[in-house]
Ligand binder design. Structure first.
Ligand SMILES: [Zn+2]
Length: 61
């Protein structure tokens, strides 16, 4: 299980969100939700970038 340390590379905001209920952590494969926003590329059919909800900065996955 990854430790979910997530910071925005632009403004250093902590992007770790609410903690996930212990009974659901295994389903999510994670202990906390994330505040970062996935940018989905329909041509590549996958999430290619993340956007910071605080500064709107983007970075590659
Ligand atoms: Zn940011």
């Amino acid at each position: 299980m990854r430790d979910n340390k997530e910071d925005c590379p632009h403004c250093n905001a902590n992007l770790q969100g609410e903690s996930i209920l212990k009974s659901q952590q295994e389903a999510y494969g994670s202990t906390h939700f994330s505040r970062k926003i996935g940018v989905y590329d329909f041509f590549k059919d996958r999430t290619v970038k993340w956007t910071c909800p605080d500064c709107q900065g983007e970075w590659d996955r």
